[in-house]
Design a protein around this ligand. Structure first.
Ligand code: FES
Length: 152
């Protein structure tokens, strides 16, 4: 869990670096799984930046999460070959069912959805990764089943 004290220690280890913001954010995310909003003033103070600058950095890079990730990681391929077999419509359906958007976590914390751009499964799209496992010919039902399966 998030600890301001631990975060301060991590920040202190990196302040000597040039352009320390990114290494700090990476280190915090690695430690806590996300960058808590409580880290923003700590980083701003340590690096003499405004809170808005730090916040901007977190939101600019989609690598950083502002909230803990869901229990399952769903990566949906948005690249062209998958688009050609209807991934856009499928993704709208999936996000609708999950009730979240790209880069977001479902309200029950079961899954976080991220876009990816080609998984090398182009001939078998729409493609996805669920907790790192490739899924070909994805449907909304198959995803729901996959999320239920890996939940057990
Ligand atoms: Fe989706 Fe290649 S375009 S796997």
């Amino acid at each position: 869990p998030w600890s301001a004290e631990r975060a301060s220690g991590i920040i202190a280890e990196h302040t000597h670096l040039e352009g320390a913001t990114l290494p700090i954010l990476h280190a915090l995310q690695e430690t806590f799984g996300y960058v808590d909003s409580g880290a923003v003033p700590l980083i701003a103070d340590a690096l003499n930046l405004s809170r808005a600058e730090v916040h901007g950095c977190i939101t600019f890079y989609h690598d950083f999460r502002a909230h803990p990730a869901g229990r399952h990681e769903v990566k949906l391929c948005r690249a062209e070959a998958c688009q050609a077999v209807g991934s856009d419509k499928l993704h709208r359906e999936i996000l609708g069912r999950l009730g979240c958007g790209w880069h977001e976590t479902t309200a029950d914390g079961s899954a976080t959805v991220e876009p990816v751009y080609c998984l090398g499964l182009c001939a078998n799209g729409p493609a996805a990764l669920v907790d790192g496992e490739p899924v070909a010919h994805l449907t909304a039902d198959a995803l729901e089943a996959a999320l239920t399966e890996v939940r057990q």
